[in-house]
Design a protein around this ligand. Structure first.
Ligand code: OGA
Ligand code: MN
Length: 200
């Protein structure tokens, strides 16, 4: 984990400081154009395998309408993103003693009209999710296409985060947030950095 160098655009000090002050941080221009392109190709070539995210263990909920595909070893290009997140986790553990041990992740596709209503990723502090990350991998996004991430920071202030291509939003998994209705296809990888136990 320690051996992997983070991309130059990842300013670890800034990320740690923003997480400490606000409970959320952002990385813009996270990867090279070449990586972004191969990653979005990997995602798009698997879209036919995405499933309704609202159906988990046969139970249907109406709080979200996106489609997801859980990442596994075979999704090679996406694995590289997970490796970088693992390297970031080492810094988070050092700074905040989060005890992050693993990442769990899926591709997500919101087609026009789809959304994810207000929720927390770790509502009772019991599921081990410490930090949520969302990487936006569509290659183009216009400001009137909706699909913003709306998030309440740890001080109670609300923020609207555009799903800008090649951006990673990073936030405490216990914070309230939602995905506003998208007007165009919106592609992402959500990854949760998990520990055995939760302290936030
Ligand atoms: C999630 C989520 C936010 C986003 O997947 O749990 O809240 O901006 N995603 O896609
Ligand atoms: Mn969420």
């Amino acid at each position: 984990m320690d051996g992997i160098l983070l991309p130059k655009s990842w300013n670890v000090d800034l990320i740690l400081n923003d997480l400490d002050q606000h409970g959320f941080a952002m990385i813009d221009d996270a990867y090279t154009a070449e990586y972004v392109h191969t990653l979005s190709e990997e995602c798009i070539s698997h879209l036919n395998q995405f499933r309704d995210a609202a159906i988990q263990n046969g139970v249907v909920s109406n709080i979200r309408s996106d489609h997801i595909l859980w990442l596994n070893e075979e999704l090679n290009i996406a694995q590289q993103h997970i490796q970088y997140l693992n390297a970031l986790s080492a810094h988070l553990n050092q700074a905040f003693f989060l005890g992050i041990q693993e990442a769990e992740a899926h591709f997500a596709c919101y087609n026009a009209g789809e959304f994810y209503a207000l929720h927390r990723d770790n509502p009772q502090g019991k599921n081990g999710r410490m930090i949520s990350t969302v990487y936006y991998l569509h290659e183009d996004w216009q400001s009137d296409w909706g699909g913003q991430l709306r998030l309440q920071d740890k001080n109670g202030e609300w923020h609207i985060i555009e799903p800008k291509p090649n951006r990673i939003a990073i936030f405490q998994s216990d914070l309230l947030h939602e995905v506003l209705q998208a007007k165009h296809q919106r592609l992402s990888i959500t990854a949760w950095l998990r520990s055995g136990n939760s302290i936030w």
